[in-house]
Design a protein around this ligand. Sequence first.
Ligand SMILES: C[S@@+](CC[C@H](N)C(=O)[O-])C[C@H]1O[C@@H](n2cnc3c(N)ncnc32)[C@H](O)[C@@H]1O
Length: 250
Amino acid sequence: METSQQKVIGAAPEGAADRDSAARAVREMFSSIAPRYDLLNHVLSFNVDRLWWRRTARRFQHILRRQDARVLDLCCGTGDMTFALHGVAGSEGGSILGADFAHPMLQRARQKSRGTSLGWLEADALRLPLPEASLDLVTAAFGFRNLADYDAGLREIVRVLRPGGEVGILDFGEPSGAVGKLYRVYFRHVLPRIGSLISGVEGPYAYLPASVERFPAPEEMLRRMRAAGFSEASWTPYTFGIAGLYWGKK
Ligand SMILES: C[S@@+](CC[C@H](N)C(=O)[O-])C[C@H]1O[C@@H](n2cnc3c(N)ncnc32)[C@H](O)[C@@H]1O
């Protein structure tokens, strides 16, 4: 019998029956919206996404500015979190790699990064082609929630981090109180309509609020982080908890 500890929790786009079909559906979904992804992000978040990426990057300044630091931005999409990390690292900072499994998203990141030292890797976050204990920092912005198995994703991050290495997972939350009520109306009803209209694709922007509702609450997520092997873990809400940063240390 399955206990709640063993239950696999991860993204489950409509119609996906198992981990592989969920991952495939997520990859196809992001590939389909890649051409309009940046525009939609900024419109739908009123540009607040930029502040969240920068705030997250600043949190890891002590690692990013080290010349010997090796950094991976998981689920990098078109690369905006990766660019924010690069901005904080500066030209003397560590080496930064962005990874994603949706080819069209990564292609855009590559185009946008011409002339920088950033590297890009097409890879599944659940099976990274990287040696264990090889990284000082792993970040993921608005991508971790889409993994087909959160615990497997956390274990893979722990595997590639060096002892003492850190993780930063930036993702949406569910704010409470009056802000929460207002936000839920926007997120469930307004955002999917605008998203579908601009992208010309129906599914992804209906999936977005559903995936946030499925995502574990902060206490549960922190418990999972510790169970996966992080010795310390914390959550910092951003903008009334609309988003938040999970921080962990191996
Ligand atoms: C909402 S986008 C976020 C992109 C970027 N980090 C940002 O903040 O704009 C989520 C990204 O996660 C990627 N992704 C989802 N599951 C993944 C997996 N298992 N392995 C690699 N990338 C994945 C998707 O392809 C997509 O590009």
